[in-house]
Write a protein that binds this ligand. Structure first.
Ligand SMILES: *[C@@H]1O[C@H](CO)[C@@H](O)[C@H](O)[C@H]1NC(C)=O
Ligand SMILES: *[C@@H]1O[C@H](CO)[C@@H](O)[C@H](O)[C@H]1NC(C)=O
Length: 412
């Protein structure tokens, strides 16, 4: 199984470190926040509907890739392959290219001489995607030109990712990818000749996406950027960590930045190395438990918290004045009286982490004085929670590939 091979090779590379090996480092990538929903501003309902839909499609296609890679459905989504086959939404080698809104982005350089791009660092995505020069639906984005790069290798392979919302196609290249002074050679790149609506600038303000999920959900079935960093002895440990904040947001590769957190990490084991999949013991409103143990995915590529429909229903049932609003795609957003915003608590490994009242709202509803949209959306299309940056910006988070675990610590 690819997943185990990945973890094993990461550990192996780590233990193979010797004084003669090239210097390994920890580097920090500053990130900027883009297209942020805010509790003081107004929420664009259509945009949030599109975000929820794109998020579901991103997970469905990742699960499809997982089933292709391992020959089995992941335990957190036991009936997906059967459903996908029935609905014929995902054809056999055709996968979906959906992607949700990127809130924080950073810079990478690609090729020789270097071409610079902004990317969304997305823990819910398994590939590296850039718009190519042939893309005429990539307006406003910098476009990667392999012809201008002496290190680009045409892998002579086209890709086409199908989803219920359209297909994204392009060509596969290998090229050098640089980030904060580290360089990976021969990184597999999905170079798009078309961006689907799910990659619109409203949902993805960056030029491209750099996936940080495990290789089992890679749609191209190739090593991830992080695995390449480890294999090519570029980083000290197979670990990355995020501080997501309006100011001073940072991604650290090769370890955690101890200047950014206090106290010890609370660690949660990854259950199925695919997405960053950990057990969520419970969810509470103002300290009262509303939902019991569930599978959850930690996702830096979305602001939303997406819950199975019944869980969202139960959660908002405990919030006076909350009202559901169904989206055309069949997901549900919830509106509630802004003045009654609750504190949301997520329990991981027995410890409760709080999302403060001010962060529970994604913004006020236009022309509806005093009505806000909740950060938790519901969907009948997922059997697990997706925990986005509304939660992740309240903690310092370490993603440990070698030990297959996630650590949460208080932000300094
Ligand atoms: C580049 O990566 C691809 C896919 O992982 C591999 O098949 C190929 O052999 C690699 N080329 C070099 C020169 O390492
Ligand atoms: C949660 O607590 C806040 C602040 O005390 C309050 O305004 C809100 O109504 C409470 N909501 C629920 C569902 O208990």
């Amino acid at each position: 199984m690819l997943t185990i091979a990945f973890v094993a090779s990461a550990l192996c590379a780590l233990s193979a470190a010797s004084p003669t090996a090239p210097a390994k480092r920890t580097v920090t990538i500053p990130m900027v926040r883009r297209s942020a929903p805010s509790s003081s501003g107004t929420a664009d309902m259509a945009d949030l509907e599109a975000q929820a839909n794109a998020l579901v499609l991103k997970y469905e296609s990742g699960i499809y890739a997982y089933a292709q890679t391992t020959g089995a459905d992941p335990p957190f989504s036991p009936s997906f392959a059967r459903r996908a086959a029935t609905e014929r939404a995902y054809a056999s080698e055709e996968l979906t290219g959906a992607h949700s809104g990127a809130l924080w982005q950073g810079l990478v350089t690609v090729g020789t001489p270097t071409q610079t791009f902004t990317v969304s660092f997305d823990t819910g995505f398994g590939d590296v995607v850039l718009p190519g020069t042939a893309c005429n639906t990539c307006k406003g984005r910098l476009q990667y030109n392999p012809v201008a790069s002496t290190s680009a290798v045409d892998r002579r392979e086209a890709f086409k990712w199908m989803s219920p919302d359209g297909s994204m196609s392009g060509r596969v290249y290998g090229d050098s990818v640089g980030i904060a002074g580290l360089e990976v050679r021969n990184q597999t790149l999905a170079v798009a000749s078309a961006y689907t609506p799910d990659f619109s600038t409203a949902l993805l303000p960056a030029d491209g996406v750099l996936g940080l999920a495990f290789p089992s959900v890679s749609r191209l079935g190739t090593p991830s950027f992080l695995q390449s960093l480890v294999d090519q002895h570029q980083i000290a440990s197979p670990i990355f960590a995020f501080k997501l904040a309006d100011a001073g947001a940072e991604l650290t590769l090769g370890g955690a930045n101890s200047a950014l957190y206090t106290d010890k990490f609370t660690y949660v084991p990854v259950q199925t190395a695919s997405f960053w999949n950990v057990r969520l013991d419970g969810v509470s409103l103002n300290g009262t438990l509303a939902v019991g143990g569930r599978a959850s995915m930690l996702d830096t590529g979305t602001a939303l918290l997406l819950a199975p429909a019944d869980d969202a229903h139960a959660l908002y049932g405990a919030l006076p004045g909350a009202r559901p609003q169904r989206t055309p795609a069949g997901d549900t957003l919830y509106m509630f009286p802004c003045a009654g915003a609750p504190t949301l608590g997520l329990v991981f490994n027995g410890k409760a982490f709080k999302v403060p009242r001010a962060s529970f709202s994604l913004g006020g509803v236009q022309e509806r004085e005093g009505v806000c949209v909740g950060a938790v959306a519901g969907s009948e299309r997922v059997a697990f929670w997706v925990v986005g940056t509304t939660f992740l910006q309240t903690v310092y988070t370490e993603f440990d590939v070698g030990k297959s675990r996630i650590g949460f610590a208080a932000l300094k």
